[in-house]
Design a protein around this ligand. Sequence first.
Ligand code: ADP
Ligand code: MG
Length: 566
Amino acid sequence: MSKIIGIDLGTTNSCVGIMEDGRLLIIPNDEGFRTTPSVVAFTKEGSILVGNAAKRQQIMNPENTVFSIKRFMGRKYTDKEVANDIKLIPYKLQPADNGDVRVEVLGRIYSPPEISAMVLMKLKKDSENYLHEPVEKAVITVPAYFNDSQRQATKDAGKIAGLEVVRIINEPTAAALSSDFDSKNKMKIVIYDLGGGTFDVSILKLGKGIFEVMSTSGDTHLGGDDFDQAIIDYLIDDFYKQEHIDLRNDRVALQRLKDAAEKAKINLSTLDSVEITLQFIAVGKDGPKHLQTILTRDQLEHITKDIAERTAGPCEKALDAANLKPSEIDEVVLVGGQTKMPLVRNVVQRIFRKEPYLGLNPDEAVAAGAAKQASVLKGDIRDILLLDVTAFSLGLKTEGGIFSKIIDKNSSIPTRKSDMYTNTIDNQSFVRIEVYQGEKPMAADNKMIGTFDLMGIPPGKAGTAKISVMFDIDANGIIKVSAKDEATGKEQAIKITPDSGLSGSEVDKMKKDIGEEFSKKMSANEKLKAPQDYREEKSKGAEGLPGELDSRKKASIFDIFKKKER
Ligand code: ADP
Ligand code: MG
């Protein structure tokens, strides 16, 4: 059986692991680094750069350098989160026909899964170079709160990159899985994950090989970038005091400050003070100016204390949701690069009244767990079972717009549940099934994740049809919904009309196009093999059924149906 790699596809950095002969290996990239920036750049000369090379040229090419693409995976352009994020990025976004987010670079439109696929293609290629054999399969991690469309988009990215995504697992579950905690003993752990731009905290119950997510919370706009920004502001103010020059309006100066700030911050995790020097940062009346200053760890802690403290709220929420007190937590595990900062560790210790567990590498734990899960799926590790829970309730819109729940929030997955529904109008020949996720009593206040129509219901009075609707959530957290007309006894052919995401044929086309674009545009020394060099397309996406009506037309006639009393 071919090898399966584990991939932490991070907002800021990605990391790849594999289990070989029972030992975990983090696969370094071609440049020799164990993590790869999740950054893709399109140069004016027509090449594509991924990882460190892309990050290095970001200063000079900001509008064609795409970073943090994970924020837009499986999202609508009109989502509140997207509206906020647009302000923070220098590259262009626009809505697709179905409302999904698209990125525009150098006149070409890309979906977020295509950009992610480029990161994955580099990780795949570098892994192949390191392992000296083709890599075709991967376990990829996602945040625990990722919804169905975000998970689907991640799977699509894998497919476009020529990787079969054998399983999607939650990042905190992966981190827990990578720990050497004896999984035979029952324990409750916190995974505190502070990355580049996001903070996630999860509480897990471990025991007898089962890893169950009890609760999750976080802040999607809190991470290492905020610490960098605090340093940048400090440096700008300091420079202004000395030179009376404001660097805030100088884009190149800002990028140089960002680099210097991040480096200083990282060094101050181990050193007591660092010197920051930026030659020719500005030009004054009397000639060029240099920024030169000393930053101590004490000063850094003083200016970033409030940022670290902002993680406390979500931690308390996660404890409340799991109905636990800090004293009931056995270990607090640190994940994410920013947790290497001593100040963050102190804040964690204060929140949970316990010294954090330092046995995992915060940069690599998630990829390590994904690699371990890959090994479980290959059958090399047998005594571990992963049990995740759903982050939202799932159900249907019924008569009067009422949300009828079928699967409750925090149900263990995989799970399958069905319920019975009926028609609201005499001789209704079909029902429109609208699937929602959320906790509000009215469907419209929740998020619609898909619709489909069940056709060919035999004529009858309102309330006579018996339609059983089945929800099926697989181990990846991906949802399938099917409906069956009990009267005819036959399960009807139904099709989920994707209200977002890419269709199977779009993914296939992107796989071909991106593969070709990549092999053409990767700069000479970084040439990528197109995915089809290694692997033939196996799975085919579902196509539309012939003869189906335009669902928008039908929706205006019979769009609701009430739950059948039993
Ligand atoms: P993500 O999960 O968003 O991909 P990471 O877990 O890779 O992100 O974390 C990236 C963040 O960690 C960056 O802000 C980076 O500056 C920060 N970081 C990395 N190493 C250190 C360190 N030694 N000390 C403090 N911060 C660090
Ligand atoms: Mg991460």
